[in-house]
Design a protein around this ligand. Sequence first.
Ligand SMILES: NC(=O)c1ccc[n+]([C@@H]2O[C@H](COP(=O)([O-])OP(=O)(O)OC[C@H]3O[C@@H](n4cnc5c(N)ncnc54)[C@H](O)[C@@H]3O)[C@@H](O)[C@H]2O)c1
Length: 355
Amino acid sequence: MPTLRLGYVGCGFMAQRVHLPNFSSIPDCELVALAELRPELGGKVQRRYGIPRLYRTHQELIADPAVDALAVSAAFSAQAEVAADALHAGKCVFMEKPMALSVEQGEEIVAAEREGGARLMVGYMKRYDAGNELVRRYVRQFRASGELGRLQYVRNHGFLGDWVANIDVPLEQTDEPTPPMAPARWPGWLPEAQRGAYADLLQQYTHNVNLMRWFTDAEDDVRVKVVDLDPDGQHGVVILDLAGTRGVLETGRVSYYRWDEHTQLYFQHGWLHTWAPPLLLRQAPAEVELWRGMAHEEQQTTRLIPKLAWTWAYKREAEAFVRRTLDGEPYESSAADTLIDVRLFEEIFRRHLGI
Ligand SMILES: NC(=O)c1ccc[n+]([C@@H]2O[C@H](COP(=O)([O-])OP(=O)(O)OC[C@H]3O[C@@H](n4cnc5c(N)ncnc54)[C@H](O)[C@@H]3O)[C@@H](O)[C@H]2O)c1
């Protein structure tokens, strides 16, 4: 097997706690370079992971011919700029979500893919969760066979909680100030006073809308029907039409010690229900329940356990990026697909503000 020579941009929380440990433990992946605007932090992380080369800027890393592909996690606009520059240079990219703050910025990233002939994978780790993969497989199977009747309702409840789950992977620190970043590319219609609320809703619930679209194979056949959010733009309900199936997103905040997120797909005669683990709880996929109802002789509730019983969505996401970049097969979370979510969130927030 060839090896993917990966460069990583940004040494912040997600890089150190999640992505660098994951990429560095994948046999077909070699971390060959790091870029970090804060040199002391970059040096500490370089030494911890034994990465041969350290650059200050992502442009220097992109220009390194020994870097086949790169990964980036940073502030929203900073990471979008890094992704676009790398794609232009013909290097495949893994980036954290959200891909872009606006459709305009997202379209530029998709254009950069086209122009550079490279591909972007966006970090929707829920699509790589072994429990969620099982749910999707069963939804498709039941829809094809019709044995549970029509898929009539999808509900995603996402009230957050403690996503960090006491992860104890070492975190190198620095007192160096964060250097100035590229200005954020907000949608033109968004009032300045609403930027924080828009970004909070987008960066959190883009995961949930993306997952509902994936479970239902709705792709871009999605309409925003109703938006009923509190004035803070964070608590409430959004109703979508997911290729003919009603999808309800419940947004809110609780100080729960776990992670209060679950998705339920209701057929006429049964449901699939998946509970997300606290996000950084390693080796714990979503828990899945299947209920088969009245169409069967006896009703059944089954706890479905994926064959890969103890796995971490973020690790499987990193493995998928390495594998798909090497074999050229499509990413499960592509730039073109992600653009649909950015479009939906612009519409959701416009409706919320009545603009
Ligand atoms: N998938 C998830 O569940 C999940 C969870 C949390 C955060 N995130 C995403 O992760 C991202 C934030 O990551 P973070 O908290 O690790 O960020 P961070 O701010 O802690 O770290 C970013 C680092 O990148 C460096 N940097 C920025 N631009 C750079 C450039 N051009 N070249 C070199 N270095 C550069 C900064 O100096 C900083 O050290 C956000 O996009 C957020 O949405 C995703």
